[in-house]
Write a protein that binds this ligand. Sequence first.
Ligand code: BG6
Ligand code: GLC
Length: 801
Amino acid sequence: MRERDLRVLRAELGGSQEAQLKDRIFHGAVGPAAALHGLGAFPSSRGRPAAAAPDSPVLLSLQSKLQSWSKGYSCSGVVGRDVGQLLQAAIQRQSHDINVMVVVNDTVATMMGCRLGTKPCEVGLIVGAGTNSCFMEEARYVESLDDNEGRMCVNTEWGTFGDTGAMADILTTYDEHVDAGSLNKGKHRFEKLIGSLYLGEIARLLLVQLAQDKALHAGGTTPQLRTQGMVTALEVLNISEDQGGLAAAQCLLQKLGLQPSDPDCFTVQQVCLAVVTRAACLCATSLAAMLTHMRKNRELPQLDVCVGVDGDTFQCTATLVSAVDDSRAQGVAVVAAVALRLEAQRREVDQLLQPLRLAPRARQQVQALLQCEMERGLRQETHAQASTRMLPTYVRATPDGSERGDFLALDLGGTNFRVLLVKLRSREAGGICMVSEIYSIPPEVAQGPGSQLFDHIVECIVDFQTKQGLWGRTLPLGFTFSFPCQQKSLDQGILLNWTKGFTASGCEGKDVVELLREAVRRKNQFDLDVVAIVNDTVGTMMSCGYDDPNCEVGLIVGTGTNACYMEELRNVEAVPGAEGRMCINMEWGAFGDNGCLDEFFTHFDAQVDRVSLNPGKQRFEKLISGMYLGEIVRMVLVELVEKELLFQGRPCPALQTPGIFPTKFLSTIESDGLALRQASAVLQNLGLAASVEDALLVRKVCQVVSLRAGQLCGAALAAVAEKIRDNRGLAQLAVTVGVDGTLYKLHPHFSQHVQQTVKELAPRCTVTFLQSEDGSGKGAALVAAVACRIAQSRAAPATGQ
Ligand code: BG6
Ligand code: GLC
């Protein structure tokens, strides 16, 4: 017998060799996915985190493809196929009415079926004919999962450990023989050191060697001793026992046709002990590796986990709970029952969210519909029926860098009202320099009498001028006014209707510039020289256009949403002339107000619209922008609670409050990293006690709602890019979109959704997105600067806008 083999068999695996093996099993136990894949680890069922009982796992997939047979099985035509389906087919062939719900590995069934008091097991361990284990892994470490939240039970299939040679130095010649005589040669090498199917054979081969070496006094080998399977694992185990072990050894030797002497019985007992101890040692080492891995991945100083039996391993207290006879059956039943319940719930949730999902075809439809509405809005005879107003802005060119001077700017209509001083200098002289103040517009002012709103604006200008020492100077002013205005010139804008959170009376149908001038006159303290009124989309396009001359589109996705772009003047029927281009404020927020998008509105959208300040108006905006997304999510959550799919159906009065779920919650909940914890915290703050499943579901709702918004916005932008490309007869268009708005800038995934959809729907356009860092006030000043230049050049002859 080889010295090394003996050492190994005497379980001299302790100390460094054991530690090495432990490391090899779980590759140092961090960044586990690769190591687990090396082990052939398969995700099996989705579970919940630490404190949660695994009695409600979320089953990801009910498919179960057989990777390979092991132990004594090798039926043909099964490997690579779904075992559940094969069983279902067999049941149907026999005309039984049984539905196969789940296929689980025995380790998983054991884990699910065992518990210690109220404490559920999070590790399943099988040491039977074969050996294997499963454990609840952090989902973020399971690479094959899209999700980072919660846990999933991973079937390690650790029996295959060593199949790629990692155990070469601990395999003995007996192990090689056992493997050579097995049904799955070269496979499940670790299992063949531990599983009861193999222990008897290892012991037998050892005895053969001892007999050949004349180390057994009873004589040479007998035919029985040379027969495969003549020693069973049970015999080996019985012989290893202190009590009765020698008697069992005597029986075995007799069965093998040998004359047992006392020293022989003792030798046989030592052999069996070595075989069993090695198996136990390997198993414990692997379990220790797995527990350490779990502890590290959970970032715990101490892991307290239930496995089965009893014992302490490293920093982990593992309570080993013996499976009673029917544990596995119970486990399977539990999994099946939970799977049924969750499957039904998942279906219900999916059904509820389905209308909020946009198929690729729907995205194309939206793009095509907007393209059509754009045409209709530009044409005189169809303009009145078009939902996108396509308003001429009288801005005819993007900045060329020659704009100079000091300007005042107002920026009204976004989250903040700003007054700015913008100094336009040559790049050599320092470029553009801005100072600004933010003022609040309280809702009672935004929704009160118009005169009060404009008086408030004038008060803010006075305050700003005082702070900046501007008294006595009448600077030209560019006014970013983020509402739909009919313009006949740069410095005139008739408010068509308020949108977003504004409803100030007496303004619609009036020239906003005139309303501002009147308020200045009422104040009677200073003069204002308003030279240009621009929409925020136009201000943003101009602002970004200063840095990138390719910027010919302006996009806002903030409180509201809208876009502008440079259209060929020949297509703008409302403005005479056929040469050159003009920036068109699309007012796409109103897209669909004529019914053309009705098939895309869900009943959640209808509810949000109904309780808004402007029912029936800005329907597209209400699917996309920051003022409404939180409300859509709230409506969905209310229904999920009603259907008892969320918060276990407990009534949630907080959710009935309009505005309680602002859109910034979507950004928090959907952010990566600690998202689930943040989702729970957000819900907690609303007084909603959320389980992990609740938090996951709320996050799913947020994701569906923001994905739809991003895709709709992308589809609309694709229509704009395609229109520009088409106008210019280009095979490929390169264009930059200047973007602003809190939703676009702050939501973690919104911008990707938009950009991806544009790529998908406008493949012949290379669209670059440039975020405006300066707000649209800078753009308004640039427009004012051009207006001043034109005015001056009119005084002296020249060209320009
Ligand atoms: C700002 C622009 O930065 O973004 C405004 O200066 C614009 O003109 C606003 O209206 C849009 O975003 P939000 O999120 O403030 O509505
Ligand atoms: C609303 C306004 C529009 C503005 C947009 C973004 O849709 O009607 O003019 O551009 O919000 O602020």
